[in-house]
Ligand binder design. Sequence first.
Ligand code: TYM
Length: 435
Amino acid sequence: MLNSIGGKILSGILRYNARNHINYYKDMVEKKTDTSESEDKKEITEDIVDAFEIRAISDKGIDYDKLITKFGSSKITPDLIERLEKVTGKPIHHYLRRGIFFSHRDLDKILTAYEKKEPFYLYTGRGPSNEALHLGHLIPFTFTKYLQDVFDVPLVIQLTDDEKYYHKPLELEDCRKYAIENIKDIIAVGFNPERTFIFRNTDYIDQLYPNSLKIAKHVTLNQIKGIFGFNDSDNAGKFSFPPLQAAPAFSTTFPQIFGDKDIPCLIPHAIDQDVYFRMTRDVAPRIGMKKPACIHSCFFPALQGLKSKMSGSIETSSIFSTDTPNQIKTKINKYAFSGGQDTLEKQRELGANLDIDVAYQFLRFFLEDEAEFLEIGRKYQKGELLTGEVKAKAINVIQKVVLTHQENRAKVTDEIIKDFMSRKKIDPLPAAFRK
Ligand code: TYM
């Protein structure tokens, strides 16, 4: 009798623990796969910025100066911008003028090499977690196009279908399909077809593999846990993936372009991806390769405000490259957080807080006309413009950006995709350096 009661209690305890264990495991998986998107209300005492989560403590968003100190990168100074303009002989991009690309590692070394007519290449990427890109994703790609145009260098673009398979509740075939859809958006940005190679990891794995092995051998499991925050409940794929994002930062991953030469690499990306490239730079000397240089952008904000970034997994936080003009209008009117005052009288008297106003921040990224942008900022801050008027301008600008993008995307044929994804030869030297 006692035995059977004891047995029931024990099996109850075991069932309870097993259930809790499953919930705990499920929580970990969900947290790790979707943390940047979860609206976690837990109080934080400092900004969180990594590849999986972005949260700021202030309504003004991430304190990027503090982040530079924390990450050990370097601020992009006016002198460096002036130098870049001089080296390229072309006008600088407004992302640099407005501090949107704000931080770097070894960009000065890339400029020094270029001044000596030595080649370098560009590398950037996308994790295909859904069919469409949002406006935030376009920022690094638009800037990369500018860099390719002004430097006339080769560019490689990685689609990490493997990464998203490990991190999201998706089938591998979905990730592979999304990669192709995303590639159409990437091509629509306007990259030079003769100087750009785009690849999915699951297709290009034969060439990624040797360098990723060398990288993996020089990083310990403890380091991966420390850098990326994974724990023992995370799937093993997450641990094995980072060397695959590191490998394209080494030119020998692309023998069809660089042969066996160690050519320096410059990686444009938003600062969330810096964790991968801190690891890559640490490993580089251990495998006898040059450290890649990086150039970092800040985050295009969520519609709800600068405390988080625009993120594909929260539908209402984002404007997608597939949105219609009407959807864009509704989203901005309904959700874009306002830095203006509550009443007309107060707005006229006190003006708006530009640092927290989403419509104004959208203009900072997408309204290229400098004089008009400055004028809107001046008037809005003084109360001469109302939130509705600034939102109307943002709607107009974003609708145009998205429509142009959609027109360009519609022109991307299967032939064009095939050409961008073919392992073609690309001259590593800019035309001006060739004899
Ligand atoms: P993914 O797909 O999350 O993002 C693609 C690129 O967009 C940047 N980004 C943003 N930039 C500004 N504002 C935002 N709200 C915003 N959200 C995302 C990202 O920093 C990234 O540059 N693991 C990567 C894919 C990848 C990659 C790379 C990225 C592979 N190799 C090399 C950059 C460079 C990923 O999942 O990116």
